[in-house]
Design a protein around this ligand. Structure first.
Ligand code: SF4
Length: 701
């Protein structure tokens, strides 16, 4: 007899678009996924990752009992044993030297879980040593937007792309990384294409915008699935983005296309920007970036004139040693043209993981308290007063800095909730050595990840369909999802594990579940104050922060009247047009990496979905036909890829997607893991590693 079938609303656990869909459940077991047609992001469509996400729920590899490392491998232990041992180590470290503990939170976990983990680190242990994978993807966004605009988030909602006339996409390939967002872009293109031609003659510059209003400009060294659909593709050399953006800004200033009124009323620092570009040479910029000057000028003029214009950017901008500066340069371009705070005009960092925005908002970060309060004694006093417990006032370490400290024996406890740093943090072998130096490594996850294999204690966690909580997508949409099925075996939702730890630690505070934690979030973070579980249950597809009170509908567009800075104005800050990577005789190529449509981050989940593996199942080295020919290598050959940081064998894929001199490796696989080729160079402001633009060579074997 066929059992009862029910649907449970949920949010996709993968990218930051935050698509909503239904899980189909029969007899307590998830058997499929159903699209939701009126969801504001997914709107009846799911990309391959979302469509097959349900397959990991019943996967036989799921962890079902706590494990402890012994000399003969892992052995199952009881929850009581595991929690006691961890709490004992935490108590000891809290007493002796709290900064010898480190916590890695997770953009795959809920706001409630991230909030609680940072609160444990700060109040029970007494350290700001907490971070998560935003350090590796959008920490420059947090640093630059918070400093310049007063708020570290995407300014406009995803569907607002429909209001833009120009879309400038740089270092971002939404067709693969965020298919849900790309669909809105495609819709905008189609709609405008059907509008009768409205000539926007720019006689002054001898340019016409053609038959349609909507223009898509894409800047990317690769001919990505997004770039091939652009009206203008600026194919800059990797590592020259600061030169390219400055060249666009210089063009806008020289051609008199700035928005003087907006600059005057709403910004500070414009004169310094003009001064900094006084001697900037556009011909030289063209030579350095390898983009024709005319094309740079055309793109800049369209962006400044065919308004409103929106900027979308991704990790092609942030993952550089000057990532914060690059984000700042984009903000400067938006500010001088008045392209912010209006429908169709904004700056949009597309966040890569389901809850990376929320994990940042909750301050799973070593340099902010919740709600982006800087770590100062004044803010520490305010927070201590609110929580009734002291909080530390020294900034913690970025995760990317912590590994070097661990390598010298400076970390005794590493608590990892839902992250796989052995594959994601820079330097595979370096991270492995660091893990071995740490006395107690605890990993709380759904599978025995590559990192978990090196842990001392492994705690089996529940995944998103097995818990209740909220996540905040890239457009600041806070969505509630509730438990649909039970976790397998003895696995528990991450929040339950943290609550058990709290109890064992004899914490003076506790919660009876996720809703009560959310109440603490509302109390602590002003932008979440008006959002309640009750409201989210009624307004199923979420509320966008800031939402200051319970009658407030949420805020789709930020900065419409003023910026949340001390004087209400945004800061224009000049950026040095530096080049961050150069080829040499020894390393004649530049290596970049990125995502595929079929996989997600370190592949912990998507590498376990057969339908996705059938499409892409291993690391490949993308090389241009010209380079392959001159090296005498063929598609499918195995070569050795070498950078100053590591070398590994890898299979060749010859493709016109990459230009001559550029190599590309997807970052989801372990044969070899792409972080083998990455060093420990970081952006000094945000701590992000330089993942993009690494000198490389190919050794024939
Ligand atoms: Fe939507 Fe992203 Fe999930 Fe795909 S991976 S279904 S685009 S949230």
């Amino acid at each position: 007899m066929v059992g009862e079938i029910r649907l449970g609303y949920t949010v996709c656990p993968f990218c930051g678009a935050g698509c909503g869909f239904h899980l189909v459940v029969r007899d307590g077991r998830v058997i499929g996924a159903e699209r939701i047609y009126d969801h504001p992001v997914s709107a009846g469509v799911l990309c391959p990752k979302g469509a097959y996400a349900w397959k990991i729920i019943n996967h036989p590899d799921r962890l079902t009992a706590p494990l402890k490392r012994t000399e003969r491998g892992f052995r199952p232990i009881t929850w009581r044993e595991a929690i006691r041992e961890i709490a004992e180590a935490m108590r000891r470290i809290a007493k002796d030297d709290p900064d010898r503990a480190y916590f890695l939170a997770s953009a795959k976990c809920t706001n409630e879980e991230n909030f609680l983990l940072q609160k444990i680190a700060r109040t029970i242990i007494g350290t700001n040593n907490i971070d998560h994978c935003a350090r590796l993807c959008h920490s420059p966004t947090v640093a630059a937007l918070a400093r310049s605009l007063g708020s570290a988030a995407m300014t406009n909602p995803i569907n607002d792309v429909a209001n833009a006339k120009t879309l400038f996409i740089i270092g971002y390939n939404p067709a693969e990384t965020h298919p849900a967002i790309f669909r809105f872009i495609e819709d905008a293109r189609r709609r405008y294409a059907s509008v009768p031609a409205r000539k926007i003659a720019i006689a002054r510059f001898g340019l016409g915008l053609g038959e349609t209003e909507f223009k898509m400009i894409v800047a990317d060294p690769r001919k990505t699935m997004t770039a091939v659909q652009a009206d203008i593709h600026l194919q800059q050399k990797p590592g020259t983005d600061a030169v390219l953006i400055n060249a666009m800004i210089k063009t806008i200033i020289d051609q008199g296309l700035v928005d003087k009124e907006f600059i005057e009323k709403r910004t500070t620092g414009y004169e310094r920007l003009v001064e900094s570009l006084k001697d900037f040479d556009l011909d030289e910029a063209s030579r350095i970036t390898e983009v024709p000057r005319k094309l740079i000028e055309e793109a800049a003029i369209i962006y400044a004139m065919n308004k409103p214009s929106t900027i979308y950017y991704g990790m092609g901008i942030t993952q550089h040693r000057n990532g914060t500066a690059l984000v700042q340069a984009l903000v400067d371009m938006a500010l001088i043209t008045g392209n912010i705070g209006k429908p169709g005009a904004g700056i949009c960092p597309a966040r890569g993981q389901a809850n990376v925005q929320g994990a940042c908002d909750m301050a799973a970060l070593p340099d902010f308290y919740p709600g982006y309060r800087k770590i100062t004694s004044e803010n520490a006093r305010e927070l201590s007063h609110m929580w009734g417990l002291p909080v530390p006032v020294e900034e913690g370490l970025f995760s990317t800095e912590m590994w070097n400290v661990a390598l010298t024996g400076g970390i005794d406890l590493l608590y990892i909730m839902g992250e796989n740093p052995l594959i994601s943090e820079p330097g595979y072998y370096r991270i492995m050595r660091a893990l071995k130096r740490i006395d107690l490594v605890v990993v709380q996850d759904i599978f025995l990840t590559e990192t978990a294999r090196h842990a001392d204690i492994v705690l089996p966690a529940g995944l998103w369909a097995e818990k209740t909580g909220t996540m905040t997508n890239t457009e600041r949409r806070v969505q509630l999802f509730e438990k649909i099925v039970d976790p397998p075996g003895e696995a528990r939702p991450d929040l339950d594990i943290l609550l058990a730890l709290l109890k064992e630690l004899g914490s003076p505070f506790s919660y009876d579940g996720p809703e009560q934690v959310f109440e603490d979030i509302r109390r602590t973070i002003p932008t979440y104050r008006g959002i309640t579980y009750e409201r989210l249950r009624k307004k199923r597809y979420g509320i966008q922060w800031p939402c200051p009170n319970e009658n407030h509908p949420g805020t789709p567009i930020l900065h419409t009247e003023r910026f949340p800075t001390s004087d209400g104005k945004a800061r224009i800050i000049p950026v040095r047009p530096e080049v961050t990577v150069k080829t040499t005789n020894e390393y004649p190529f530049i290596l970049i990496n990125g995502r595929l449509i079929t996989h997600y981050n370190t592949g912990t989940m998507t590498r376990r979905i057969m339908e996705l593996l059938l499409k892409d199942d291993s690391s490949l080295l993308y090389i241009s036909p010209d380079d392959a020919r001159s090296l005498g290598i063929l598609d499918g050959d195995i070569v050795e890829l070498e950078t100053p940081y590591g070398r590994e064998r890898i299979t060749v894929k010859i493709t016109t997607e990459v230009p001559r001199g550029v190599l590309f490796v997807p970052n989801h696989f372990i044969d070899p893991p792409v972080n083998t080729f990455v060093g420990d160079i970081i952006d000094p402001v945000s701590g992000i590693p330089e993942y993009k633009g690494i000198p490389a060579r190919i050794n024939l074997i």
